[in-house]
Design a protein around this ligand. Structure first.
Ligand code: AMP
Ligand code: GLY
Length: 425
């Protein structure tokens, strides 16, 4: 089987790696991919927004399956384009992907289907939004509608912070088109986790639980990012909590999407707040989490390719998957300044020193090679996801941070507390 992966980040790197290991998979290609995927997967030049040319690439390569990593092409309708051309593809249709693409659609969908989530209001006018915040004292979460790579969310504990966020979203349009406006939510307290499932439109298979670290700095300080590290499994997701997630969130969502004529075929990601054992949805994503995929997929105890193919063909078998019982922990190394402005093109040292450490894998995100001498250089905000397996969280931490300590570049930064919350359990 030949597989094409769409995307170039750490998530696509771990997907390529897991797919290449699957029995019967001869070749994996990735558009545009990244240099860390070699030699297992071959990068192919291309733009992930150009859906027809991606379909051309899949056709030319005679790919048996295309696996789409990021949300942008999914929300734009890559699955619909591929299906219309008779190409097999893993990922939801544009209509189903709206569960991530429009936060307002997602909130209203949850209300319609009784899926637990924070109370919300939608505003298009700055003054009305601000008046609402001043009237309803306390903390609020302000979100731009549409896709903002995890950065269009502001947790505001004062009216001043709320005003700054509203200015950014509604006046400066820092996240581009604001879709249908801005959402103001009540702030939920509790502990976060990520829960992903595979679904073929109807049948559902659970993936292992995980926990992301969204804030840029230790102790959950600093701005929200795409995710600074993750581990799996997440102790907060006990069997009892998992059953509640399935019964109150996942199953009603899959059923609701099908009833509304948007059957969901792909991986559905629920970002959850667990409060006193009860799950509340913060967001749905229409794709694997990044860096959650790195932590979850290194633990998968069976082949990934047949599972994703079964999803694409609508023939998924409902059963429990096999998992490595150890903990996987991924520390993201990022460029100084991320999630704001950062420099690119800085040489990365030490990658050779971690290549052969048992049970450690480095997944590349924002990395490019110097065309002159092949040196690896930074090319994005999140640069590497250093992932280790260990017997429990603290062992995985020691192994991951040991490897992180061997990698250097000017201005590298990372959180030093990935996994600490899980240790307290
Ligand atoms: P989202 O992209 O909607 O998941 O928001 C990004 C992050 O903001 C989440 O992972 C949470 O850390 C935080 N967040 C979002 N909504 C809320 C909420 N209603 N209450 C507390 N924190 C939230
Ligand atoms: N790590 C969070 C996300 O992928 O949305």
């Amino acid at each position: 089987m030949k597989i094409l992966v769409v995307g170039s980040g750490g998530r696509e790197h771990v997907l390529s790696w897991a797919l290449r290991r699957s029995a019967g998979v001869m070749d994996v290609f990735a558009v545009p991919g990244n240099p860390g995927m070699l030699p297992g997967a071959q990068p192919v030049p291309g733009k992930i927004e150009d859906l027809e040319s991606l379909a051309d690439i899949a056709e030319n390569l005679k790919a048996d399956l295309t696996v789409v990593g990021p949300e942008a092409p999914l929300c734009k309708g890559i699955t619909d384009v591929f299906k219309a051309r008779g190409l097999k593809v893993f990922g939801p249709s544009a209509q189903a992907a709206e569960i991530e693409g429009s936060k307002i659609f997602a909130k209203e969908f949850m209300v319609r289907h009784n899926i637990p989530t924070a109370r919300h209001r939608v505003f298009t006018e700055h003054d009305k939004a601000l008046a609402y915040i001043k009237y309803n004292k306390g903390s609020h979460v302000i979100k731009a509608d549409g896709l903002a790579a995890g950065k269009g969310v502001f947790i505001c504990d004062t009216p001043e912070e709320a005003e700054t966020a509203l200015n950014k979203i509604l006046t400066e349009r820092a996240f581009g088109d604001i879709g249908q406006g801005v959402i103001i939510e009540e702030k939920l307290e509790g502990e976060e986790c990520s829960f992903m499932v595979l679904c073929d439109g109807e049948r559902v298979v659970k993936l292992a639980s995980s926990q992301d670290h969204k804030r840029a700095l230790d102790e959950d300080k600093g701005p929200n990012t795409g995710g600074m590290g993750a581990y799996s499994p997440a102790p907060i997701v006990t069997k009892e909590v998992e059953d509640r997630i399935m019964n109150t969130v996942i199953k009603p969502a899959i059923k609701g999407l099908a009833e509304e004529g948007r059957p969901y075929q792909g991986v559905l990601y629920a970002g959850l707040m667990i409060k006193e054992g009860l799950p509340f949805v913060l967001e749905f994503n229409c794709r694997f989490g990044d860096p959650e995929a790195q932590a979850v997929l290194v633990r998968l105890g069976e082949d990934l390719a047949p599972l994703l193919k079964a999803v694409a063909e609508g023939e998924l078998e409902e059963r429990d998957l096999k998992w490595d019982p150890r903990t996987a922990l991924c520390v993201v190394m990022a460029s100084k300044g991320y999630p704001g402005e950062y420099e690119k093109g800085i040489p990365i040292d030490g990658l050779d020193d971690v290549e052969n450490i048992p049970d450690v894998r480095v997944f590349f995100s924002g990395v490019a090679t110097d065309p002159e001498d092949g040196q690896m250089m930074t090319s994005g905000g999140r640069v590497l996801g250093v992932t280790a397996l260990g017997d429990g969280i603290s062992d995985a931490q020691v192994r991951a941070y040991d490897a992180v300590g061997k990698i250097h570049w000017d201005g590298a930064f990372y959180r030093k507390d990935i996994g600490d919350k899980g240790l307290k359990k």
